[in-house]
Write a new protein. Structure first.
Length: 343
């Protein structure tokens, strides 16, 4: 991009109630810093919602937004859809129609966090590669069968991009900053933000090896977890996992107790239930189908294990699990006593 620009690159941040404010501001920050470092308004942006006004984030912080009807007749350079809880509530005719209009006009359209669900329901991810936070990957696979779902931090597929959120929002923003302004300014913005390692499109959400807090998980434990994660629908017996790894059950149990703080059986059950919760709260799959997809042959066993782990039955969680964080400290909540619901 030339240093001489008559009009700033305009970005629209389309947010919905209970959006992820951290991911959203992490996306904006590199452009803010670029303006500061250059002393020019190279980039401009608007926070926009369907109706305008104050929009609460999932952390309780609210932002003032313009309405879609008030952002003018010109087309932005970038549009970013940022949602978090209950993205299915925002597949409105106005939002979907506006996104499709921008795509037809040649605008680059993307999503942070569960905004990918809005793009999918708008038909913008058909035939594309996309990503979402790992918690919601199974749900995106279910609702977007014509989309290749990736576990990378972000994806870029022609004029459509998706990002899992969090600090990865800064990575993809720096990618755009570099494409507009060159590597020097992108590097300067990265240093200013103390974002010293800019991760690329091929970076995975959960890299193997060193853990974020610094210690390394033993290879045996990591390989066991990999086997478990690869066989959620049809769980492998623990003795089979041990046989494939060439270790005894006693050794595997000792390693899991030391590094995971749970037995292999408990850990395997919990990650299957975690998958189930994503499908319960983010899709309309029948609960019997959710149970089967999570490796439970018995609906009764599934409901009992689900309630024991999350404090309420799947049928109740399908309703309450979609309540935003500030109203219900999901998933570490203590729901009121209620009658069991098996859906």
């Amino acid at each position: 991009m030339s240093d001489e620009r008559d009009d700033p690159v305009h970005i629209v941040l389309l947010v919905t109630p209970h959006f992820n404010v951290s991911a959203t501001t992490s996306f904006v920050d590199p452009f803010r810093v670029a303006n500061y470092l250059t002393g020019t308004t190279t980039f401009s942006w608007d926070f926009v919602s369907e109706t305008g006004g104050l929009i609460p984030s999932s952390s309780g912080l609210s932002v003032q937004t313009k309405s879609l009807a008030d952002i003018g007749i010109g087309n932005p350079a970038l549009v970013v859809v940022s949602t978090s809880w209950t993205p299915e509530r925002h597949y409105t005719d106005v939002i979907v129609g506006t996104l499709k209009k921008w795509m037809r006009a040649g605008v680059t359209v993307g999503a942070l966090d569960t905004g990918a669900f809005v793009l999918a329901k708008s038909g913008l991810l058909s035939g594309k590669t996309a990503t979402v936070h790992y918690e919601h990957i199974d749900a995106l696979i279910e609702i977007a069968p014509k989309t290749t779902v990736s576990e990378n931090l972000f994806t870029l597929d022609e004029r459509v991009f998706t990002c899992c959120g969090g600090s990865a929002s800064t990575d993809i923003a720096l990618h755009f900053l570099r494409s507009y302004c060159g590597v020097s300014l992108a590097n300067a913005a990265s240093r200013y933000l103390f974002h010293h390692e800019v991760r690329g499109e091929g970076s995975t959400q959960n890299p193997k090896g060193t853990e974020p807090t610094g210690y390394a998980t033993p290879g045996t434990v990591r390989r066991a977890i990999d086997l478990m994660e690869a066989h959620l629908e049809e769980p492998l017996p623990i003795p089979v996992i041990c046989q494939r790894l060439g270790v005894s059950q006693r050794q595997l149990s000792r390693l899991f107790g030391q590094y995971v703080r749970r037995s292999p059986v408990e850990y395997y059950r919990d990650i299957r239930l975690d998958r189930a919760r994503g499908l319960v709260t983010q899709t309309e799959m029948k609960l019997s189908e959710v149970a089967a997809a999570s490796g439970f042959n018995s609906q009764v066993h599934f409901s009992r294990a689900y309630k024991q782990r999350f404090g309420l039955a799947p049928g109740a969680d399908r309703i309450e699990g979609r309540v935003p964080f500030e109203f219900r400290a999901w998933p570490m909540h203590s729901p009121k006593a209620r009658s069991d619901m098996d859906g």
